[in-house]
Design a protein around this ligand. Structure first.
Ligand SMILES: [Zn+2]
Length: 411
């Protein structure tokens, strides 16, 4: 169930995911948490200090009436967590291979994009950063027309190999990206699954071009995310002060130390490589791609280990881009746990930590007074759930602090 911009919603004695042994009374008004207070335990029945004078003796039918129905939802066995923030999605893509998307009609593509917004929200992701392929205009259209109030930050069209034509050319491309209203610029700094192993860490841009993009973006208050599998472009990213690096499976221990020092975020998007490595999995890719993905996945667990011991800021991201994956975003938590993060670390990377990476640490990613009421209500303890499948089935409702109109403008 989706609960959009609730006017008034109250929970009594609900548990907050990750906080042991406490219950909370939580109020939401106009889409924000207005009160989050630890529940005061009621005195056990029969031990009331005031001797029950107001209870007419011998007339049990005349007790105080129960709370008016509907005033509060019974929440004895519910947990609340902040809405999940996925820092790396591709909501506009419908196929692994872009050539396949081009074969679809525009109305079919749009319907699939609308479905991706819905599936992402229903699994508890209330905010996404799109890492390439969707413009703010399309986001507003989808939010309004399909009724899915997913908050999406975007980089519009990413800068890749076709743009490595010098700084003059890049200046024009950057102006086009800013004109769309994007808040981010995405740099494809290395190859990916399409590149052979011996070439995948080769820089796509010259160092001069790379520095130019970052400097230009920052001078225009635009943030920068960098796709890099590893190698020298991680060093460039740290030195230039980008906001986040993505994937980074060939990160070294030395780079992890400098990444931590610079406070650059690391969005590893680890689960997609395990999925891509499985020839019989949902992506069903050719064997040569599966082999590259398997090599990446193997390196990822090491890179995440280095990053964790160095104290790098982790950001949760999935890189999910097809109908078989949208809505399964919580699988990334399983992979992060498998690769050594604690539950608290994995959840922080997907909530308060991710909000800080977006520069929204002051109003997103926490169950706290004054914060936007983006939240998920669960009927199991999310910190005990065995797997993402259990988590998915335990969602009672997803609450979005903002309505479609607030996210996408009135018209
Ligand atoms: Zn991506």
């Amino acid at each position: 169930m989706l609960n959009k911009h609730p006017k008034a919603l109250d929970y009594k004695a609900i548990r907050i995911a990750g906080i042991e042994g406490k219950r909370y009374d939580i109020s939401i008004r106009d889409g924000r948490f207005t009160s989050v207070k630890e529940t005061v335990p009621e005195e056990p029945a029969g031990q009331a200090g005031y001797s029950g004078e107001w209870l007419p003796e011998g007339e049990p039918g005349q007790r105080e009436p129960a709370q008016p129905a509907g005033a509060d939802i019974p929440q004895a066995d519910l947990w609340i967590s902040p809405g999940i923030i996925d820092l790396h999605t591709h909501l506009a893509w419908t196929d692994f291979d872009h050539a396949d998307q081009l074969k679809r009609s525009s109305s079919e593509v749009e319907a699939m994009q609308g479905a991706a917004f819905g599936a992402t929200l229903r699994t508890g992701v209330t905010t996404a950063r799109d890492a390439g392929g969707i413009t703010p205009q399309t986001i507003r259209h989808l939010v309004r027309s399909y009724g899915h109030p997913l908050r999406v930050e975007t980089s519009s069209e990413m800068l890749g190999p076709a743009d490595a034509l010098g700084t003059k050319f890049l200046e024009g491309r950057l102006a086009e990206i800013y004109a769309t209203g994007a808040g981010w610029v995405k740099i494809m700094a290395t190859g990916g699954l399409g590149a052979p192993a011996e070439k995948v860490l080769d820089p796509v841009f010259s160092e001069e071009e790379f520095d130019f993009i970052v400097r230009h973006a920052h001078a225009h208050q635009i943030k920068v995310l960098v796709h890099t599998w590893g190698g020298v472009t991680i060093d460039w990213s740290i030195r230039a002060g980008v906001e986040s690096i993505e994937h980074g499976m060939f990160l070294t221990a030395d780079q992890a130390g400098r990444l931590a020092e610079s406070r650059t975020a690391y969005v590893s998007t680890a689960s997609i490589y395990r999925i891509a490595a499985d020839p019989s999995g949902v992506l069903a890719l050719p064997q040569v791609i599966c082999d590259r993905a398997a090599r990446a996945a193997e390196a990822h667990s090491r890179a995440i280990g280095y990053a964790r011991s160095a104290g790098v800021r982790f950001g949760f991201g999935t890189d999910y881009a097809t109908p078989a994956l949208h809505g399964y975003n919580l699988q990334e938590l399983d992979t992060l746990l498998d690769y050594g993060l604690t539950r608290a670390e994995a959840w922080q990377s997907a909530t308060s930590g991710a909000a800080e990476i977006l520069g929204r640490g002051h109003d997103l990613g926490r169950i706290a007074e004054g914060y936007l009421a983006d939240a998920v209500i669960w009927n199991v303890d999310p910190f005990q759930a065995r797997s993402a499948d259990v988590l998915r089935e335990s969602i009672v409702s997803v609450i979005t602090g903002e309505s479609e109109a607030e996210l996408a403008g009135g018209r």
